[in-house]
Design a protein around this ligand. Structure first.
Ligand SMILES: Cc1ncc(COP(=O)(O)O)c(C=O)c1O
Length: 428
């Protein structure tokens, strides 16, 4: 078992540092080119959806259950079959489903933009006209949520994640006392990047929030709802707690088939109250006549229902699980006993969150870069890229081959350790 770095004498640390420096120089001169930053499916995973290409092969399959020819303009809310399918997958009524285009991120951006520009409903003033809308951001979180807030110059307030969702004492206190706090981004299952799933109590507390802002909105990004590869983790349906309450309109849920079939060629949805759907569609009808309904039909034929989807996702799981296990094994080999790293071991999703020795994330990133290993930028998982302890790294095991993954973890470990010894020697 390795010795804890913080318990090492200066001599021991100096010796270790020289040894790591030598290993690092050997890596640099070997000229590697590796990447741990791509949170997307591998080619093998894309191949499990090959059947999508033949799912819809003639115009006779393009007539919806109400007799609508989906090859033509119309059905802004989505084809009935697609609304029924996503209603089944998300556990809501079809009237609460709005089927969009190829990206849930686009739907989130648009929903956010509508709040900013038009408010949350007919009777509310737009967030932008109210002047100082702020958004709560459980962190570490998804960098593209933070990018939406930055794009609209909406100040972000980081909220601590507990391992089972946001710190609700903090959230309740903040929203109850500040009417300028207008919303919160959440990834309730296999959160990006911590992999945590919000527990039932947390979800109930979110659903029962009592915000000072009457136009407060939750952006509930359920991107990984069916993406289990370990023990299947259930996540409560937030609408079970908001339905029929004063918070009926508070939640916009987002979901897509990006990491089920083909990212960029999938189908995205928003699930929310009927009032929110009507309001969104009023504005969307100015933007577009409809989304790609042929793609919606193909996906309906291919995915069929929740049971069939679960079987399909097992094929993704069989490819993803060994990759996550490999990373976890390499991290154990490299860091056990050193006290310089902790990491998440999620049951699903796409990411491992690696916390390294405080104040070394940037150095580690730069060392990796110079050695030919690309990792997600230090700080990317926090609003304004400001990681308060400069220690969090997002690791994406899905895309690389097992061989590259193994090598990449070894290189990363040398960089993490080298940065830690440098930091400890400086501090002394
Ligand atoms: C939490 C989360 N939401 C949304 C997305 C993107 O989804 P989409 O492809 O539907 O735009 C990602 C992609 O990594 C994600 O991690």
């Amino acid at each position: 078992m390795a010795k804890k770095y913080v318990d090492m004498s200066k001599e021991e640390l100096t010796g270790l540092n020289s040894e790591l420096q030598k290993q690092y120089e050997d890596i640099v001169s070997s000229g590697i080119s590796l990447d741990l930053s791509r949170g997307k499916p591998s080619k093998e995973q894309l191949d499990v959806s090959e059947g999508l290409f033949s799912a819809l092969s003639s115009s006779s399959q393009c007539v919806s259950s109400t007799g609508f020819d989906v090859r033509n303009y119309g059905l802004l809310q989505g084809v009935e079959e697609a609304r029924n399918l996503f209603a089944d997958l998300l556990g809501v009524d079809p009237e609460n489903i709005l089927v969009g285009g190829n990206s849930s991120l686009t739907m989130q951006y648009d929903a956010f933009a509508r709040c900013m520009l038009f408010g949350v409903g007919e009777h509310r003033m737009s967030w932008i006209r109210q002047g100082d809308a702020k958004i709560l951001c459980p962190s570490p979180g998804y960098d593209r949520h933070f990018a939406i807030c930055e794009e609209f110059r909406t100040p972000m307030i980081p909220v601590r994640l507990t391992g089972h969702g946001p710190d609700m004492d903090q959230v309740e206190e903040l929203v109850a006392n500040d009417p300028t706090i207008k919303g919160m981004f959440c990834v309730p299952k296999y959160s990006n990047p911590t992999g945590e799933t919000y527990d039932e109590k947390t979800i109930r507390r979110i659903a029962e929030l009592n915000p000072a802002a009457k136009d407060f909105r939750i952006f509930w990004d359920n991107a990984y709802l069916y993406h289990d590869f370990g023990k299947v983790t259930d996540v409560a349906n937030i609408f079970d707690y908001t339905k029929g309450t004063k918070n009926e309109d508070m939640v916009y849920e987002f979901f897509s088939t990006s990491k089920i079939t083909f990212p960029g060629s999938g189908v995205a949805v928003m699930a929310t109250s009927k009032a929110n759907i009507d309001f969104a569609m009023k504005h969307m009808s100015v933007q577009s006549i409809n989304s790609d309904k042929i793609n919606q039909m193909r996906h309906v034929i291919f995915i069929k229902n929740a049971e069939n989807l679960k079987e399909h996702m097992k094929k993704h799981a069989a490819i993803l699980k060994p990759k996550f296990e490999l990373v976890e094994q390499k991290f154990h080999e490299a860091f056990d006993g050193t006290g310089i790293a902790t990491w998440t071991e999620p049951n699903g999703g796409y990411f491992i969150s690696l916390d390294i020795f405080p104040n070394t994330a940037k150095t580690t990133f730069n060392l990796c870069k110079a050695a030919g290993l690309k990792i997600t930028g230090a700080g990317a998982t926090f609003p304004y890229k400001k990681d308060p302890e400069s220690k969090n790294l997002r690791i994406c095991p899905s895309y690389a081959s097992a061989e590259d993954l193994e090598k990449a973890c070894e290189v990363l470990a040398v960089c993490v350790k080298l940065a830690a010894t440098r930091r400890l020697l400086e501090v002394e």
